[in-house]
Design a protein around this ligand. Structure first.
Ligand SMILES: Nc1ncnc2c1ncn2[C@@H]1O[C@H](COP(=O)(O)OP(=O)(O)O)[C@@H](O)[C@H]1O
Ligand SMILES: [Mg+2]
Length: 452
């Protein structure tokens, strides 16, 4: 298997590659023999790829876990092969638009605290872009400090201001370093407005419509390359256009992407986000480096978010931006929230007057200014019944005095997992093997394999 081999040219021509994946999938359901023989990284790649091509009926058991993430319709009771009882099934119809924002406390929303300056800086760069010049901004910081949140707030603020902006969102997967082109593919998907759950026909249609609209007569050539990048099946006359693509893949992908961005930005400013680039694969980085270098002349704001990991492939994008843009590069480093801001965050999350001072101080001390930690500590207090909801506010119970808050975020998560029922724990364990984002069908099949 050489799926994760960085020297593998381009992405596989779509149709020939689909069959082995399907075959492999039949095997996942039947036995784990192949999985045991394979390199875990290759396995991850294949499972990720295969998910996109699978149908999407899930049982009510799985539905409980994923209903916050997917749109689904109740399809009633289904007979399943090999199972004596029928099961209650749901058909997944798509990802929820807000699915990726799976962080945050359920039902509790706090305004963003203490990032006014950083937001203002990004708005300022956008105004330069709006006036016609390309810019790159980097948002750097530890996990949980609010990189993604800051970008979401920028998006909301631009929308509120009525600025005409095309917002394109590319996200890296936690296991993405070994998945060639996954970031660029995500960018192109966002560009044509389809999500990971969309089927091939839908993606092909969206790509064609978008390119015809943006590029007029020259749409077909660009379609051929971008469809190849997205692993869409190509009609023979389309395939003829890309006969030599294996050699030229990167150049062609770049050219097509730039053509589209140029046409799009001619109609109004574009914001192109690449989130979590410390997980980017190097093929995507190569493409985006070239795109980045040609950006200065277009009204495009490229925003890169990343942890400070200088050895990662994605860091080359940040180093490259420094080379190309010099002083015109905007770098925002997110630091932990001040104690005062953390305090405000806690009170915004929990309108609790009765929360004992010691508990409040304990939350603050454990969270160390990291908003994600703040949320996690509070979530734990909720889970343990130390604070309970009464009407629209939360009140502390006497249990609050007996709660021990683990010292680290890791400890917090482990404590939370420990409280789960056995079945859920098993689900989590299997899921953790697949990666941070995955298809429910995959998870379900892997779980079934283990039980049967
Ligand atoms: N400044 C802030 N004020 C309030 N909540 C915040 C702030 N920054 C982050 N959060 C919340 O903390 C959690 C983690 O933030 P996130 O943006 O996902 O971090 P990162 O992308 O840096 O890993 C999210 O639920 C987010 O809404
Ligand atoms: Mg993030």
């Amino acid at each position: 298997m050489s799926v994760s081999d960085p020297t593998t040219p381009a992405r596989p021509a779509a149709s020939s590659e689909r069959r082995p994946i399907t075959v492999l999938f039949a095997d996942i359901a039947g036995s784990t023999a192949i999985a045991e023989r394979m390199d875990p990284e290759d396995w991850t790649v294949l499972v990720g790829e295969a998910f996109k091509r699978m149908n999407s009926t899930i049982t009510s058991g799985t539905h409980r876990f994923v209903s916050a993430l997917v749109e689904s319709v109740d399809v009633g009771m289904l007979e399943l092969k090999g199972k004596s009882d029928s099961v209650h099934a749901y058909e997944i119809t798509g990802l929820r638009a807000d699915a990726v924002k799976s962080r945050g406390l359920l039902g509790v929303r706090a305004p963003m605290i203490g990032r006014d300056q950083q937001l203002a800086k990004l708005e300022e760069v956008f105004s330069i872009v709006r006036a016609g010049q390309g810019r790159v901004a980097c948002v750097l910081g530890e996990p949980g400090l609010g990189k993604s949140r800051l970008l979401a707030e920028l998006h909301a603020s631009l929308r509120r201001s009525g600025a005409p902006v095309r917002w394109i969102d590319g996200r890296c997967l936690s296991y993405g370093e070994t998945v060639p082109y996954h970031l660029v593919v995500d960018v192109v998907r966002s560009l044509i407005g389809v999500n990971v759950a969309a089927d091939e026909g839908h993606v092909a249609q969206a790509l064609e419509t978008q390119l015809r609209d943006l590029l007029g007569d020259t749409w077909a050539e660009n379609y051929a390359y971008l469809a190849h990048l997205l692993s869409l099946p190509l009609a023979p006359e389309m395939r003829a256009r890309i006969s030599s693509i294996e050699m030229e893949a990167i150049k062609r992908y770049v050219a097509s992407l730039v053509n589209v961005l140029r046409a799009m930005s001619a109609r109004g400013p574009v914001v192109l986000v690449c989130d979590d680039v410390h997980w980017a694969d190097s093929a995507s980085v190569d493409v985006l480096l070239t795109v980045e270098a040609g950006l200065a002349a277009l009204p495009v704001l490229l925003i890169l978010s990343s942890r400070v990991e200088r050895a990662s492939a994605g860091w080359r994008l940040i180093a490259g931006a420094r080379d190309v843009f010099g002083d015109a590069l905007t770098e925002i480093r997110l630091e932990p929230l001040s104690l005062e801001d953390s305090r405000t965050l806690v009170s915004n999350l929990l309108h609790i007057e009765s929360l004992p001072v010691e508990i409040r101080e304990l939350i603050l001390a454990k969270a160390e200014g990291n908003p994600f930690f703040v949320e996690e500590v509070i979530r734990m207090l909720m889970d343990r019944g130390a604070i309970v909801q009464q009407g629209d506010r939360w009140v502390a119970t006497e249990r609050v005095a007996t709660i021990e808050i683990p010292d680290t975020i890791h400890g917090l998560l482990l404590a939370r997992i420990d409280k789960l029922p056995r079945e859920s724990k098993r689900t989590l364990r299997v899921a953790s093997v697949i990666g941070r984002q995955f298809g429910v069908t995959i998870l379900e099949r892997l779980l079934d394999t283990k039980t049967s």
